[in-house]
Design a protein around this ligand. Structure first.
Ligand code: MG
Length: 281
């Protein structure tokens, strides 16, 4: 296959994966190619809020060097908090200093086993019929074949967005009933937030023997801003509003603005926002 055909195939695949037009995918990939850089720094701010309805916060966020994680636990009565913290800390421990995309995927798989083992407990249950588990969205700056890349790995419906040139691109994939319906074109994105089945996940960490994480790898560009968030953010705020609020100040101000707006919009769930700015050195 010629280099040109390979390139066109890559653009078509990216367009299909992200739902963008061919032209938009071409523009994005070109900007990624041109943005190749040898060094970068990241500036991060993360906030989590219980919201206005829930009695506990089962979200967990973690930022350690160039590793960033948001997890949204489920299980109630303290179990969801345990699941989200265990998953995030397992990813941190397993990923360590490996700094490759495969290492991050393997760390997420290990987190699945850790949460599943804990949920099973010594007698095969944690004493509740409610599902025990968590979503996970993990992002790391890695080094592959001598070039730096951003790798996004997710299971469940916590999201990773990349903001570049004023546009938001979703790097994660929602593993949810509603996410499947949106991708199939059965419902509109705008109708998903009030859909009665919006909380039903098709994959989560700790609820099955194995997981198939969604993986996206992009080359960073100086000026990129990443957002990792739980569903409490995007179920209460339209994506256009999230994009507008991400156009503000430093990561601290952006994360604060997002959380305040989601609380003001209802705060029906725990809300977590982790903002990461990437700058060339
Ligand atoms: Mg949630």
């Amino acid at each position: 296959m010629t280099a040109n055909r390979k390139w066109k195939r890559k653009v078509r695949a990216h367009a299909a994966r992200t739902g963008q037009s061919y032209t938009a995918a071409l523009r994005f990939l070109r900007s990624s190619e041109e943005a190749h850089m040898r060094s970068y720094t990241t500036t991060t701010a993360g906030l989590t809020d219980i919201g206005t309805v829930r009695t506990s916060n089962e979200d967990h966020l973690l930022s350690d060097g160039d590793l960033f994680v948001v997890a949204d636990g489920m299980g109630g009565t303290g179990r969801g908090e345990l699941a989200s913290r265990l998953a995030a800390e397992t990813v941190r421990a397993e990923f360590g200093h490996n700094r490759t995309a495969d290492a991050l995927v393997n760390a997420v798989r290990t987190a699945n086993r850790a949460v599943r083992d804990l949920g099973a407990g010594p007698d095969g249950s944690m004493g509740s019929d409610r599902p025990f588990g968590t979503t996970i969205a993990a992002v790391a700056m890695v080094s592959e074949r001598d070039r730096e890349e951003v790798v996004s790995v997710n299971v469940g419906d916590s999201r990773v967005y990349l903001r570049r040139d004023g546009r938001l691109q979703l790097l994660s994939r929602d593993h949810s009933v509603v996410g499947d319906l949106v991708r199939a074109g059965s419902i509109e994105e705008a109708d998903a937030v009030d859909h009665p089945e919006r909380h039903i996940l098709t994959q989560a960490i700790g609820t099955a023997e194995a997981v198939t994480p969604h993986v996206e790898v992009v080359r960073p560009a100086s000026g990129d801003r990443l957002l990792l968030c739980s569903d409490g953010l995007f179920n209460d705020l339209p994506v256009a509003e999230i994009n507008r609020l991400l156009d503000i100040g430093d990561p601290d101000e952006a994360a604060g603005g997002l959380i305040s707006a989601a609380v003001a919009a209802g705060g029906r769930d725990n809300i977590t926002a982790l903002v990461v700015d990437i700058r060339a050195i």
